[in-house]
Write a protein that binds this ligand. Structure first.
Ligand code: GLN
Length: 204
């Protein structure tokens, strides 16, 4: 059994679920299962976790409120394969600031050794798509969809850059964690989720 959790407190949950099902189909993973994680007990027995985009302040506050913040932090620190996108990148980071207001104080997991800037590209109406070269995916570009996207301002030890756009770091990896500025679940391209499922298989 391969069980993948999607943190389901707030944000873009459903498309991650659909794309994971596509990966299970394509790879003939008949024992693949998806759990929408809403409470502490949902973290039992998962082999990997996706932290979706949405609103990182809300995700953080709800994670504390429902009582899964500490366990989630511990599981990721202990090596569970983790994919964070957009607000997920913010929530994983060690330190966060906002492009306009500067340092912000919001509950973050502090498991990814980077400093992240929120809203680098501006407001919702400044959303855009861009063809990205992502080192782990080979030569074919991946269409990244950026919605109030954060970027990584500084990487610290143990973190590798997977992609840059416009000189800004928009994808990183630190061992078991992949974190992205954009929304890979909206692109009609399953390659990032496929890579993530492979990471989980290798780890279990
Ligand atoms: N700017 C949002 C945040 O910091 C992230 C936006 C998104 O996930 N699409 O939470």
């Amino acid at each position: 059994m391969l069980v993948i959790g999607i943190l389901g407190l707030q944000g873009d949950i459903r498309f991650h679920e659909e794309i994971l099902k596509e990966v299970f189909n394509k790879r003939n993973i008949s024992d693949g299962k998806i759990i929408i994680v809403k409470q502490l007990k949902d973290l039992n027995n998962i082999d990997g976790i996706i932290i979706p985009g949405g609103e990182s302040t809300v995700i953080g506050i709800l994670a504390e409120k429902v009582g899964l913040f500490n366990e989630l932090k511990e599981m990721i620190s202990n090596g569970i394969p983790t994919l964070g996108s957009c607000a997920g990148l913010v929530f994983l980071s060690n330190e966060v600031s906002d492009r306009i207001v500067g340092p912000v104080n919001q509950p973050i997991l502090k498991v990814l050794n980077v400093i992240t800037e929120r809203n680098t590209f501006g407001a919702q109406k400044e959303s855009f798509e861009a063809d990205l070269n992502i080192s782990i995916l080979g030569d074919k570009p991946f269409k990244g969809i950026f919605i109030r996207a954060p970027t990584v301002k500084k990487i610290n030890s143990g973190v590798n850059i997977l992609s840059k756009f416009d000189d800004k770091i928009i994808a990183v990896r630190q061992n078991n964690i992949i974190a992205l500025s954009f929304h890979p679940e909206l692109s009609n391209d399953i390659r990032i989720h496929e890579f993530f499922v492979e990471m989980i298989k290798k780890n279990s």
